[in-house]
Design a protein around this ligand. Structure first.
Ligand code: ZN
Length: 262
């Protein structure tokens, strides 16, 4: 039975994480589009000039560490209370700064966009995903959004997703939220990932947007693996009653894996 709330998503912005992710992506030039680049660059310059020590510390860490650093025992023990208190004051000041304000409002607008698109695509994509996987979805996810002109897209476990990207083609956000959701159902190794790319990045995308594949969308390092799976995948798609986990297990048994190029 296709319940209307089989997948529940709660979109939110965690300001500390949002600030850390913005600085990290500006530092390592992880942009997804040049839109709003002047506010991003101005923000980065403001923090780098006025808080050089904090800036260097933040860009030296994975941004997701700042989602819960204050309550994370490991973080507090490793870095000490003094640094944790310094960071708390820093994030508070930055969140109030006029340089951060346009960034936050751009991400708030993006949150509304993502929510609207997800909700309007949800009934039909849920039906498609149930048919394609044989799964009955029952999960709630928290999605922490970051600035749309920067790159993000991760499932960090515990049904927590991190997301933010330029809308490169129609329904981009919907497709990649399903991609991240599927990591919670299939896993994270190369085979799981290549199957998710066939299932979501390619099959769900063409069902929603039209077109065909190959050529396929997905990570470059999985291109060969996707091509090896493709004939099995085409047979799978013809099946009346699909079971994506059985499909994954049958490929494992065939010992299909990435051939290491020398
Ligand atoms: Zn992935």
């Amino acid at each position: 039975m296709a319940g209307t709330q089989a997948i529940k998503i709660k979109f939110g912005i965690n300001k500390d994480y949002h600030i850390a992710h913005t600085l990290y992506c500006c530092e390592y030039r992880r942009f997804s589009s040049s839109e709003h680049s002047s506010s991003l660059v101005e923000f980065q310059r403001f923090v780098k000039t006025n808080y050089p020590v904090h800036y260097e510390f933040i860009v030296s860490q994975r941004p997701e560490k700042f989602l819960d650093y204050r309550t994370n025992e490991e973080f507090c023990e490793f870095f000490g209370n003094h640094l944790v208190n310094k960071l708390t004051r820093f994030f508070k000041e930055i969140a109030r700064s006029k340089e951060f304000s346009p960034i936050l409002s751009q991400t708030e607008d993006y949150l509304k966009f993502c929510k609207k698109q997800w909700e309007s695509n949800y009934p039909k994509t849920l039906r498609m995903m149930e048919e394609l996987t044989g799964l009955r979805f029952h999960s709630s996810f928290a999605v922490y959004l970051t600035h749309p002109s920067l790159r993000n897209g991760r499932n960090i476990g515990g049904n927590v997703l991190l997301w933010g990207h330029n809308e490169d083609w129609p329904n981009y956000t919907t497709i990649y939220l399903w991609h991240e959701i599927m990591h919670s159902y299939l896993g994270y190794d190369d085979l799981d990932h290549a199957i998710i790319e066939l299932l979501v990045d390619n099959e769900l995308r063409t069902r929603l947007n039209g077109g065909s594949y190959p050529p396929m969308i997905g990570h470059e390092h999985l291109a060969q693996l996707r091509m090896e799976i493709l004939p099995f995948w085409e047979d799978y798609l013809k099946m009346q009653k699909k079971d994506i986990k059985k499909f994954r297990d049958s490929l494992s048994a065939l010992n299909i894996q990435v051939k290491k190029s020398i």
